[in-house]
Design a protein around this ligand. Structure first.
Ligand SMILES: NC(=O)c1ccc[n+]([C@@H]2O[C@H](COP(=O)([O-])OP(=O)(O)OC[C@H]3O[C@@H](n4cnc5c(N)ncnc54)[C@H](O)[C@@H]3O)[C@@H](O)[C@H]2O)c1
Length: 357
């Protein structure tokens, strides 16, 4: 294990990079040495926050800086693939914001480049919810066969409408730059979490799904991104027979819901996806003999939100210093973006779609 700090270059100095700034000043092994943004004011503001002097208007200059060991990419999604490829070619480790990619073909392109520099670590911020004791305990219960043969996962998340008058950057309303709306905004977290908890059982093979765009709720309450999706529902069949219902909806005439159910031949469990959610227990259910259904609550200790937010950078830093893999790898992205490709194709054709490996 090396005690030398990992020196980061930050590419993109917008909303999320400012929220992540703490991880580069907290003295836990990740330090910032350079910032790049095409907007000089944004770059200056973040550089001040993370106490760095080097500001590069062109990210290629940052990648050419020998002081930079790793990059944190926090630009709009359509820039993630070219920036990751350029970073790997420049010999830098990468932590990229979600959605990492727009298509599975993009993942393959990056994997091909990564194969030429396999010593470099690559992860994505969609892995932030791996930092949950609930997720880790659930993963262990599944891996230990505690639930028997897992045949059903029901994953349903519904969020309320945002504040009226919210303004978002234009890229968020452009599927060509963003991939989609709520699907590509929250979907990467959903699928990354499922992939983490289910492990080898998460092998999506066939998907039938639908999407629908945001719509004005009232004349006064108009979501800021009407060109992109605000809801998705998909039925996913995995190799081995596990079926997953994946549903995410936002900004509708109804309450929020956060419901995750796992059902197996020996036991079931209900749990919380967000570590800061209200339902902070993992509920284990089983019939034993002739007794009525037994419920056991396994208490969770939700981590502070700040720890969850910065988990991917801490994970990449530790992976570099300890020479171990990150919790999230490009193999996860292959599956995650296989699901996204199939969702968009199925929503378009109204047919079930086979998911490529
Ligand atoms: N805003 C959030 O709460 C949030 C949360 C989690 C993840 N994310 C993800 O983080 C990414 C960025 O989101 P954001 O909300 O910070 O966006 P943003 O629009 O606030 O910031 C993006 C920044 O990238 C800069 N940029 C654009 N092109 C560039 C280039 N060629 N070189 C350098 N900089 C360039 C822009 O000038 C801007 O400052 C997205 O993928 C988003 O999904 C955002």
């Amino acid at each position: 294990m090396s005690n030398v700090p990992v020196r980061y270059g930050i590419i993109g100095a917008g909303v999320i990079a400012n929220l992540m700034a703490r991880v580069f000043t907290e003295g836990r092994g990740s330090v910032a040495v350079a910032v790049s943004d095409v907007n000089p004011e944004a770059a200056r503001k973040l550089a001040d926050l993370v106490a760095v002097k080097k500001i590069y208007p062109d990210y290629h200059q940052l990648l050419a800086d020998p002081e930079v060991d790793a990059v944190y990419i926090a630009t709009p999604p359509f820039l993630h693939k070219p920036m990751t490829i350029a970073a790997l070619r420049a010999g830098k480790h990468v932590c990229c914001e979600k959605p990492f990619f727009l298509t599975q073909a993009e993942v393959r392109e990056v994997i091909a480049v990564h194969q030429t520099v396999p010593h470099l670590r690559v992860n994505c911020c969609s892995s932030r919810y791996h930092n949950s004791e609930t997720a880790r305990r659930a993963r262990q219960l599944v891996a230990d066969g505690e639930l028997g043969q897992l045949y059903r996962v029901h994953f349903e998340q519904v969020t309320l409408a945002g504040k009226p008058g919210t303004v978002l950057p234009p890229w968020r309303n452009d599927p060509a730059k963003n991939g989609g709306g709520i699907s590509f905004d929250w979907g990467p977290y959903d699928l990354d979490w499922l992939s983490f908890v289910l492990g080898d059982l998460f092998k999506p093979r066939i998907l039938f799904g639908t999407t629908g765009n945001y719509f004005p709720l009232t004349t006064e309450r108009v979501p800021p991104c009407l060109n992109v999706d605000g809801r998705l529902a998909a039925e996913i069949i995995c190799d081995g027979g596990l079926t997953i219902h994946w549903e995410r909806r936002a900004a509708e005439h109804g309450p929020d819901r956060h419901n995750v159910e796992f059902r197996g031949t020996k036991a079931g469990m209900d749990l919380c996806f967000l570590p800061m959610g209200a339902k902070q227990s993992l509920h284990h259910y089983a019939y034993v003999g002739e007794a009525p259904l037994a419920e056991t609550k396994l208490r969770d200790a939700p981590p502070p939100w700040d720890d969850t937010l910065v988990f991917p950078i801490r994970d990449l830093t530790a992976a570099i210093r300890e020479n171990r893999p990150t919790s999230h790898t490009l193999a996860h992205d292959l599956r995650i973006h296989g699901v996204f490709d199939a969702l968009l194709a199925s929503a378009h054709t109204q047919q079930a779609v086979r998911i490529a490996d």
